[in-house]
Design a binder for this molecule. Structure first.
Ligand code: FES
Length: 167
């Protein structure tokens, strides 16, 4: 009977081995992830995200263009949908972020009847000119960010975000 019983020493050995293994796995996982991360990131694809907006349809009036992309956050991958305000200036395509530079609410074009030629943030009445420049005297302290753009097969593609170059 007593042969089947786990001695105190054996019990401690099993427990410590288990805990040690758990800790080692915890230390190794980030290292493995670090080693294969570049591979994962490469698999995400190119720098530009396609949209279904025809460039020929764009005018000098900003319109909302939606786009979706895959976001890798640690081990998790999720589909994220976002949008930009896009207009044409001559042949140039301008894409501005809708994220207000005050506290991050979403701005809309001509969002208030008094300022039909500006972006408007409803949270604290922040306003921006068409090129994204913040109107002095309203809460935002900087211009809206800009996105790289390009045309492929007649359709608009959205690239990386960058600080506003138009202001
Ligand atoms: S968050 Fe836009 S004005 Fe405050």
């Amino acid at each position: 009977m007593s042969n089947n019983r786990v001695s105190r020493r054996q019990f401690l050995n099993y427990t410590l081995t288990g805990v040690g293994g758990f800790m080692a796995a915890g230390m190794l996982m980030p290292m493995v992830r670090f080693a294969i991360d570049p591979v994962l990131q490469k698999a995400e694809g190119g720098d530009f995200i396609p949209t279904d907006k025809k460039v020929a349809e764009l005018t000098e009036v900003p319109v909302r263009v939606d786009f979706s992309f895959e976001q890798v956050d640690g081990w998790y991958t999720s589909d994220v949908t976002s949008f930009v305000w896009v207009y044409k200036e001559g042949d140039k395509l301008i894409a501005l972020s809708p994220v207000c530079k005050h506290l991050g609410c979403t701005v809309s074009w001509a969002g208030t009847p008094d300022h039909k030629d500006q972006f408007f943030c409803p949270c604290h009445a922040g306003r921006y000119k068409k090129n994204g420049e913040n109107i002095k005297g309203t809460p935002p302290l900087g211009p809206l960010d800009e996105f790289e753009t390009r045309e492929k097969d007649g359709l608009l593609q959205i690239g990386k975000t960058r600080p506003n170059t138009l202001v």
